[in-house]
Design a protein around this ligand. Structure first.
Ligand code: UD1
Length: 366
């Protein structure tokens, strides 16, 4: 069986790593790893390949940044001849980024079967580019591999044939469990390097809805600045967000221990997550990782496509307003410790179930 994986952006690498490793144990599976080049800075891309023990991609399409249409179209143009040449039995795509939908669209038109990992998640908010990418990828995919039961329900509601759906659990948690020992070992050195104890908040922020509007971004920074008057706030900053702060000329909060730093690799970031009093984010995956680790998470968004992190985990949604952020943070700091949430099949073995699902379909030629 020949499998071609397409990845493009930071969250994709965390998901593809365990699948690639699992397939590498099967001598009858040939793998081709394609990087679209959507993310290209070392700290957004190559550091993850090194940390996860992934080989360099066989091909890098080098599409880089651009508008949504440009990025999606470039992936399609570059990928079409490659898929024709490689002619894999399966295309595997993960998550919800522009590279995901672009690859799924090209493969479907070429009659190449597509498996979508992390299928079925829905925020029901079509102003999010990721929601459009999720909806379309799931319509195109031949095999929909879901991380949670709510995802199965969403797909059923959209009329997707149940025979195409397999509930396999959360593959990001496979990576987290596998790298736990290295994450633990990293802490003493990291703590010394950053000069923090356990009493700090950790932040990530990059959603267009939070960072592309000057007033909203000023509100969020104001809230973070306020928290930074009580405890250090570590903010590894996404290139998009850094650029927006500069572009809008936003003042940096005064008298606050809000510390901007370059984006971090996976091991540093997870070590900081595991020891934080509080995480504030608008990411998808971090909602899941904090739930698994039992760290309180404030998600600065009106909705989430990962509702199990609210019902079974440590996540809470917060408006993008300074007073709302500060009040929610105060509530967390005043409360007792959060309990780790272990939603069904977030057990470190999702990649094994994914490979089994692909092989079963090969056997029956579905
Ligand atoms: C993308 C995904 C988002 C995911 C996020 C993780 C889409 C629609 N969005 O958003 O779902 O949560 O990745 O980070 O696919 N840039 C760099 N260096 C890089 C990458 C990006 O400087 O290595 C800058 C570029 O100037 C670009 C901006 O960041 O314009 C945004 O990058 P882009 O890939 O368009 O989207 P993200 O915001 O990273």
């Amino acid at each position: 069986m020949k499998v071609l994986h397409v990845v493009g952006a930071r969250p994709n690498f965390v998901k593809i790593a365990p699948i690639f490793m699992e397939m590498a144990k099967h001598p009858d599976i040939e793998q081709v790893l394609v990087h679209t080049g959507q993310h290209y800075d070392a700290e957004m891309s190559s550091i993850f390949f090194e940390e996860f023990g992934l080989p360099d991609p066989h091909v890098n399409l080098g599409v880089g940044s651009g508008t949504h249409a440009q990025q999606t179209a470039r992936v399609m143009l570059e990928l079409e001849p490659l898929l024709e040449e490689e002619s894999p039995d399966w295309l595997v795509v993960v998550g919800d980024v522009n590279s995901t939908v672009a690859a799924a669209l090209v493969a479907s038109k070429l009659g190449i079967r597509t498996a979508h990992v992390e299928a079925g998640l829905r925020s029901f908010d079509r102003t999010m580019p990721e929601e459009i990418n999720r909806l379309l990828t799931d319509q195109l995919a031949d095999l929909l591999l879901t991380p949670s039961r709510d995802a199965d329900e969403n797909l059923a509601r959209e009329g997707i044939d149940a025979a195409k759906i397999a509930f396999v659990g959360n593959v990001m948690i496979d990576t987290l469990i596998r790298l736990q020992p290295r994450v633990r070992d990293r802490w003493p050195e990291l703590r010394a390097r950053l000069g923090v104890e356990d009493d700090y908040a950790l932040v990530t922020l990059h959603r267009p809805s939070n960072v592309d509007d000057p007033d909203t971004l000023a509100q969020v920074l104001g809230g973070l600045g306020d928290i930074g008057r009580r405890m250090p706030v570590l903010f590894p900053i996404h290139p998009r967000t850094r650029r927006r702060i500069e572009e809008f000329g936003l003042p940096f909060p005064r008298g606050s221990d809000l510390r901007l730093m370059d984006p971090l690799g996976y091991i540093d970031f997870m070590a900081l997550t595991a020891h934080a009093r509080l995480v504030l984010t608008d990411s998808g995956g971090i909602q899941e990782e904090t739930t698994y680790l039992g760290i309180p998470c404030l998600t600065i968004r009106p909705n989430t496509e990962r509702p199990v992190t609210l019902t079974e985990g440590t996540n809470r949604l917060v408006e993008s307003r300074d007073d709302a952020i500060v009040r929610a943070a105060e509530a967390v700091l005043a409360g007792s410790g959060a309990q780790p949430g272990r939603p069904e099949l977030w057990d470190g073995a999702a990649a094994g179930r994914i490979v089994a699902a692909l092989e079963a379909r090969r056997a029956h030629d579905v």
